[in-house]
Design a protein around this ligand. Structure first.
Ligand SMILES: C[S@@+](CC[C@H](N)C(=O)[O-])C[C@H]1O[C@@H](n2cnc3c(N)ncnc32)[C@H](O)[C@@H]1O
Length: 308
């Protein structure tokens, strides 16, 4: 695995400096533990609870952060269940919740997980590989109707060639049987689109389709919606919520939710426009290119301020 560089970590830490008494932070997308480590190193008395639905991430992060002793805990779970995870952990309410959405470098660089259109692997794409009942990407491409595939590719990939690609997939299935691997799927997409269209697209024509399948398999947008709802219900004191997102579908959900909270007088937006990585970060870490960071800080209620 290449060296892991957490996206916009200095910015995340700078925003957390606004939280007066940072005792407990939830890293809702633990991944390789980059954000957790950053917080544990900078705030020597702060505890961090890391959550990830990928059991492999939990294992790697636990190993990496074991020297922090009982200041760090990792829990396998989905951040859409934030309240119940926190209830079971018995660590009280957090002062900040961090989300760094999407997949980690480890997930994309492991061909067996099926996330990469650049490597050959099975059509899996589940983040939670322990969930045997969860649909995989292969189930979707091999069993969904043309109309259902078009909807997924359009809605989650915003792909203008959604219908054409869905048609190509269904045609392949009918003539050659099930699609078995990521490379096979990439070939079908390439064979479906005329060369001039592919040249106009610039990037790999499979990119948006893989994004769409990943979002569908992991129900990513609904999970994000649920998690923000749970943050709202949990919020006390001056809890800070920080979200780093990587495509417009996620960013729109975050932007709208934060604006709603702001308009309801629930707290403040530390900055209006999303932060993006600086030039030096882009040079160092190409993966950060699409990152957008937004934050919202809940306001303490009058009762909390007076300690009643
Ligand atoms: C971009 S990585 C996080 C990287 C991390 N900030 C770091 O610096 O190491 C996103 C992680 O979030 C996890 N994840 C995505 N959606 C999740 C969900 N709904 N619940 C729990 N974990 C999730 C993924 O499995 C992945 O490990």
């Amino acid at each position: 695995m290449k060296t892991h560089i957490p996206v916009m970590l200095p910015e995340v830490c700078r925003i957390l400096e606004d939280v007066k008494n940072l005792r407990f932070v939830v890293d809702a997308t633990l991944g390789l533990g980059g954000y957790s480590e950053g917080v544990l190193l900078k705030w020597r008395k702060t505890a961090v609870l890391g959550i990830d639905q990928d059991p492999q991430a939990i294992e790697v992060a636990r190993r990496k952060l074991m020297d922090f002793g009982d200041r760090f805990r990792a829990v396998h779970g989905n951040f859409r269940d934030l309240s119940s995870i926190l209830g079971k952990a018995g660590m009280g309410k957090p002062d900040a919740v961090l989300f760094d959405l999407g997949i980690s470098s480890m997930q994309i660089e492991t061909p067996d997980r099926g996330f990469s259109f650049q490597e050959n692997g099975p059509l899996d794409m589940r983040m939670n590989i322990l969930d045997e009942h969860q649909e995989m990407a292969g189930d979707i491409v091999n069993t969904y109707s043309m109309r259902e595939l078009t909807t997924i590719f359009r809605k989650f990939g915003e792909d203008p060639y959604a219908a054409q690609i869905a048609r190509g997939i269904v045609k392949f299935r009918e003539t050659s049987g099930p699609i078995k691997s990521t490379s096979q799927l990439v070939d079908i997409i390439r064979n479906t689109l005329p060369a001039p269209v592919q040249r106009r697209m610039g990037r790999n024509p499979a990119r948006k389709i893989f994004q769409a399948l990943r979002i569908a398999v992991n129900d990513e947008l609904e999970a994000l919606n649920d998690a923000l709802g749970q943050c709202e219900a949990l919020a006390t004191g001056s809890m800070m919520v920080i979200v780093v997102s990587y495509h417009s579908l996620e960013d729109r959900i975050v932007k709208n939710r934060f604006r709603k909270w702001f308009s309801e007088g629930r707290g403040r937006l530390p900055f209006r426009r999303p932060m993006v990585p600086g030039e030096s970060e882009l040079e160092e870490n190409w993966r950060s290119r699409s990152a957008k960071l937004r934050a919202f800080q809940f306001a303490a209620t009058a009762a909390e301020v007076t300690g009643q």
